[in-house]
Design a binder for this molecule. Structure first.
Ligand SMILES: Nc1nc2c(ncn2[C@@H]2O[C@H](COP(=O)(O)OP(=O)(O)OP(=O)(O)O)[C@@H](O)[C@H]2O)c(=O)[nH]1
Ligand SMILES: [Mg+2]
Length: 383
């Protein structure tokens, strides 16, 4: 907003709006590339599917359980957010390269960070790779999959055990293996690819989030599946950050008076925004279907809890009708009550278009968020 104001004062409204458009484009176009490497059978494909909210039987899923002998990185983009891409890299051992040569072949520079996966213990190759990644200035995470198997085995043995203590044992074992091979780190995440809310999976997602810069973090958060209320809230906050910019664009770019509305706005931008928000909140049909498949629920049962008017095709006419409702008829700048409203007011003169669309998009987002929470509750049984 400060930048917007400064440019406005220096170069006028056109330049300031162009800046907003540029920022919005940047948010939409920023790519995130995550490399996943590890020996055959370590759980790379399963991990990539878990992060994309897919099952291995879904269309477009990475095939798991089959030893693939591809020598090239294979890319899997996120079903809702194609700018987020996971790369399945053949293990260093499979290719018999030195770590530096391997990384060069794998187009090292492309990735934002690396995940080194093992289904049992980390070996010399994992360490060689980690050291080279570090030397080249990128980040990596060690992820130990199949922890559910370790816990299940203890149960089958009929032993009494404390899960946390057992996890710590596995962790210590991994740490000491890595130390022996020459790298000291305590950041090892123990996960099950089939239980994305358990063990260290939530901590792993949080580590990614914290290590990314603002824009990449934004994209990463939006790519997460709605498995906890906290994730849904985080998504809401990320989307909220865009609203003032979208309200400016809808009021300023090619804003023509809409017959029946007392102000000019671009209904197309608003309709597109609602469709985007709905997708990010996992409420479009395709997302609901994937969730139903993954959680073994019936699609109808998930749809039952969705009570938003923003279903099906979002037509401009429908957006207009919503804007005409009494709720927005007499909205004032004071109601929007933002610190920077005076700036917007001074720029747009009549603030009505901005204030109404700003409030409107916030209401839509809040409504979609509430629905997303109900769906998560129905799907995962969480509160
Ligand atoms: N129990 C359990 N099984 C897992 C987990 N992750 C993967 N598996 C199983 O381990 C096997 C190998 O998993 P994949 O995801 O195919 O492993 P990959 O690393 O992609 O293997 P390649 O493609 O051959 O390199 C499959 O049968 C998976 O179902 C996990 O976290 N827990
Ligand atoms: Mg695989």
């Amino acid at each position: 907003m400060n930048e917007f104001k400064a440019i406005y004062e220096k170069d006028g409204l056109g330049a300031a709006v162009a800046l907003v458009q540029e920022k919005v484009n940047e948010l939409h176009n920023t790519e995130l590339h995550i490399a996943v490497t590890g020996e055959s059978g370590a759980g790379k494909s399963s991990f990539i599917n878990a992060m994309r909210g897919l099952q291995s039987i879904d269309q477009g899923a990475a095939i798991s359980g089959i030893t693939e002998t591809t020598m090239e990185p294979a890319s899997y983009s996120h079903p809702n957010l194609p700018s987020v891409c996971f790369w399945d890299l053949p293990g260093l051992g499979t290719l018999n390269f030195q770590a530096d040569m391997y990384l060069q072949k794998m187009n090292f520079n492309k990735y934002d960070f690396f995940i080194i996966i093992s289904g049992c213990r980390f070996r010399e190759n994992d360490v060689k790779l980690a050291k080279e990644i570090k030397r080249l200035g990128k980040k990596f995470y060690f992820v130990r999959t199949k922890i559910d198997n370790d816990i299940r085995a203890l149960k089958l043995e009929g032993r009494k055990f404390n899960t946390k203590e057992e996890l710590d044992k596995v962790r210590d074992y991994c740490v000491s293996n890595l130390e022996k091979a020459g790298i000291s780190t305590s950041a090892i995440f123990l996960i099950s690819n089939f239980k994305i809310n358990k063990f260290d999976f939530p901590a792993l997602k949080e580590a990614f989030e914290n290590d990314l810069d603002d824009i990449k973090k934004h994209v990463f958060l939006l790519s997460l599946q709605n498995t906890t209320m906290e994730i849904i809230e985080k998504k809401r906050n990320e989307l909220k950050k865009q609203i003032w910019m979208l309200a400016i664009l809808s009021g300023a770019v090619g804003a023509v008076p809409v017959p029946g509305l007392s102000f000019a706005c671009d209904l197309g931008i608003l309709a597109k925004t609602i469709i985007d928000f709905r997708k990010h909140m996992g409420l479009d049909d395709a997302s609901l279907q994937r969730l139903a498949d993954k959680t073994g629920k019936h699609m109808e049962n998930l749809k039952e809890v969705v009570k938003t008017p923003w279903l099906g095709e979002i037509r401009k006419e429908f957006v207009k009708t919503a804007l005409l409702s009494s709720r927005y008829a007499a909205i004032s700048a004071a109601e929007v009550a933002l610190d920077w409203m005076p700036v917007i007011g001074s720029i747009f003169g009549a603030v009505s278009s901005f204030a109404v669309t700003y409030k409107f998009l916030n209401d839509v987002l809040d409504d979609l968020t509430d629905n997303a929470k109900r769906v998560a509750k129905a799907a995962f049984g969480i509160d």
